[in-house]
Design a protein around this ligand. Sequence first.
Ligand SMILES: [Fe+2]
Length: 210
Amino acid sequence: MRNNIHIDPKLTFLLTQWVLSRFDNENIFDDFPDHPTGYIRCIDYIHDKKDKLVSNGFPYDNLEIIHKELLRGFGFDVNLPIEENMGIIICYSTKGHRVHPHLDTNFNSEGKGWEVNRHIPNEFIGDVIHTRFNMLLSKPTKGGNPIIQDIEYDADENEGWMCVSGVKEHASTEVEGDKPRIMLSFGHWVPKEELLERGIITHEELNSLN
Ligand SMILES: [Fe+2]
């Protein structure tokens, strides 16, 4: 879902440069997702303000402004709770990488403290839905677009999109060319009722998951 939210490149410049100068530092980009193809490195839980990010000058002020602009742009409360699986993440990937079609869980199934939820089935849906507010800090010359429910969105660099990732199957097209894909993604728990009332998800979509 797009909403013509374009973030000022002056706000994203520092973040992008920070990533470009550190993506190959495996102490900082320490999550290596199991995606089918290509090179990808991520940082999860950026919102935790880990020492190694702070001491490396991570531009938290800019992150916070972008975060609020995206949430407000899509009409959501800036104090929505952050989901615990990945939280706020940055992913850097290059030629050949793509994200396979999948759904995110609507409860903490892999984040800190996930063990207490180990008996909950992956399809579980409670009162909140895993929803991500995303943008590309760097868009490949070709590919790297989001695909949501089989529809490809030609997102501009610095353009926000929203993905109800716990309900709508999502993926990405393969990165082509030499320019990397850098995705910034803010994960939240959004009340199910709000998404239904606003027509962002439907009862049919929810029922099809059970
Ligand atoms: Fe996902």
